[in-house]
Design a protein around this ligand. Structure first.
Ligand SMILES: NC(=O)c1ccc[n+]([C@@H]2O[C@H](COP(=O)([O-])OP(=O)(O)OC[C@H]3O[C@@H](n4cnc5c(N)ncnc54)[C@H](O)[C@@H]3O)[C@@H](O)[C@H]2O)c1
Ligand SMILES: O=C(O)C(=O)C[C@@H](O)[C@H](O)[C@H](O)COP(=O)(O)O
Ligand SMILES: [Zn+2]
Length: 363
C-alpha cells in the first residue's frame, strides 16, 4: 500500500487530514491528539460493529491509562437530531468527561456532524477527532468544522463551527460501504470540480469506471484532490463570510428536498446531485451559463448513478418555502450559489422567485 497522504488545514486552529489504508488500527496516531485520559468513540449501529472495536483496541493499547467508551446511535439521517445530540451528551456525562477529553467521531457525516456538535458544546468545547468512514465524510463533512443537527423545519439549523483536532480517513473502510453511499460521496466530489476546478471534472469523467470499481489509486486521488480544495477554501474563510458559500453549490435545492421528504427520501449526496443540476439550469435560465454546461454536469452525475431530476410528488411552492430557512438567505431574501460555467461558481443574490419556480417545474 502507498504511504498515507497528508493535507494541512491552516488558520487559527490548524490540523492535519491523513488519508491512507489501515489508519484506524494505528493507536499511536489516533491517540496523539488525546490530551486527557477520557475518549468517547461515537458511532452508528452500522459502523460500530465493523470498526469501533479496532479503534477502541488501538486507543487502549496506545493509552492504557485512558478510559475509552463508546456511544452508538441508530444509523441514518434520522439520528442527526437534538435527541441524538442528547444521547451523545449523556455519554459524555457518564464518562465524567473533563475539558481535556476527546470525542472520536467514527462514521459518516451524520455521526461526524452530531458528535462534532456534542464536542463543540460539552463544557463549551472539547477536542474532536474525525474518523470518516463514508466517501462523503472523507471528502467533505470531516473537514472544515461545520457541526450541526437537523430540525424538522430545516437541515443543520442548530450547530456550531468547531474544527477537528485531526482527521484520519482510513480508505480501507470504503470496502464495506454500500454502493448507494459510494455514489452519494461522488456527488460532493463532483461539486469541487463544478465550483472551482473544471480540470477535475474532466479527470472524474475519465476515471468514472475506476471510481465506481473502487480502485484504490483513483479513490485516493479523488479524496486528496477534494480535501485539498476544501482545505484551501475553509482555511481562507472558516466562518463562511464569503468564498466558503461556494461549497453550498446545489445545497439550497438539496436541503429543501431533504426536509420536504422528512429526511427519509434521497440521501444528502443524492439531493446534492439533483440540486447541482437545478442550480446549473437556473444559471442557464438567468443567462449566466449555457444549457450545454448543465447538460454536461447532468451527464457526469448520471454516469455515477446519481439522480438528476426532482423526485416525484414534491410541490415546487413548498420547496421554495423551505428555502427561506436556508442559511445563505438574508433579510433581503434568498441567495443561490450559481455558476458562470464549469469551475466558475459564485453567489448570486436577488434571484427572481419566478425563475426558481420555473426550474423546479422543469419549464
Ligand atoms: N459538516 C459538513 O461540512 C458536511 C458536509 C457534507 C455533508 N454533511 C452531512 O453529512 C451527512 C451525510 O453523511 P453520509 O453521506 O456520510 O451519511 P451517513 O453518515 O448517514 O452514512 C451513510 C450510511 O452508510 C453507513 N456507513 C458509513 N460508513 C460505512 C462503512 N465504511 N461501511 C458500511 N456502512 C457504512 C452508515 O451507517 C449509514 O447507514 C448529512 O447529514 C449531511 O448534512 C456535512
Ligand atoms: O463545508 C461547507 O461549508 C459546506 O457547505 C459543505 C456542504 O457539503 C455541507 O452539506 C454542509 O453541511 C452544508 O452546510 P449548511 O451551512 O448549508 O448547513
Ligand atoms: Zn453537502
Amino acid at each position: 500500500m502507498n504511504a498515507p497522504q497528508r493535507i494541512d488545514v491552516g488558520g487559527s486552529a490548524p490540523y492535519t487530514i491523513t488519508i491512507g489504508h489501515g489508519l484506524l488500527a494505528d493507536g499511536a496516531a489516533l491517540a496523539a491528539p488525546l490530551r486527557g485520559r477520557q475518549a468517547l468513540v461515537a458511532s452508528d449501529s452500522q459502523v460500530a460493529p465493523l470498526y469501533a472495536g479496532t479503534v477502541c483496541d488501538a486507543l487502549r493499547a496506545a493509552r492504557p491509562d485512558a478510559r475509552v467508551e463508546t456511544c452508538v446511535l441508530p444509523a441514518g439521517e434520522a439520528s442527526k437530531t437534538l435527541a441524538g445530540f442528547g444521547v451523545a451528551i449523556d455519554a459524555l456525562t457518564a464518562l465524567g468527561a473533563t475539558r481535556d477529553a476527546c470525542v472520536y467521531a467514527l462514521g459518516g457525516g451524520v455521526v461526524g456532524d452530531l458528535a462534532g456538535f456534542a464536542a463543540a458544546c460539552w463544557m463549551r468545547g472539547i477536542d474532536c477527532v474525525q474518523l470518516p468512514t463514508t466517501l462523503l465524510a472523507m471528502v467533505d463533512s470531516s473537514v472544515g468544522g461545520k457541526t450541526a443537527v437537523d430540525l424538522p423545519a430545516g437541515k443543520n439549523l442548530v450547530g456550531a463551527f468547531h474544527p477537528p483536532r485531526a482527521v484520519f480517513a482510513d480508505t480501507s473502510t470504503l470496502r464495506s460501504l454500500p454502493d448507494r453511499e459510494l455514489r452519494a460521496g461522488l456527488a460532493e466530489v463532483v461539486k469541487y470540480g463544478a465550483i472551482v476546478d473544471d480540470g477535475f471534472l474532466h479527470w472524474l469523467a475519465g476515471h468514472a469506471g475506476a471510481l465506481l470499481e473502487r480502485e484504490d489509486a483513483a479513490l485516493a486521488e479523488a479524496i486528496a484532490r477534494s480535501c485539498a480544495h476544501k482545505a484551501a477554501i475553509v482555511e481562507r474563510d472558516p466562518f463562511e463570510h464569503g468564498e466558503r458559500a461556494l461549497l453550498n453549490f446545489g445545497h439550497t435545492f438539496a436541503h429543501a428536498i431533504e426536509v420536504e421528504q422528512a429526511y427519509d427520501g434521497l440521501n444528502h449526496g443524492e439531493a446534492v446531485a439533483v440540486g447541482m443540476v437545478l442550480a446549473a439550469r437556473l444559471s442557464a435560465r438567468l443567462g449566466l451559463a449555457g444549457d450545454g454546461d448543465a447538460d454536461a454536469l447532468c451527464h457526469l452525475l448520471e454516469r455515477f448513478g446519481l439522480p438528476v431530476t426532482l423526485p416525484r410528488g414534491l410541490d415546487p411552492g413548498a420547496l421554495v418555502e423551505r428555502m427561506r430557512l436556508d442559511k445563505k438567505a438574508l433579510a433581503g431574501g434568498l441567495r443561490f450559489v450559481l455558476w458562470d460555467g464549469p469551475g466558475r461558481a459564485r453567489v448570486v443574490a436577488d434571484v427572481p422567485e419566478e425563475a426558481v419556480m420555473a426550474v423546479l417545474q422543469g419549464r
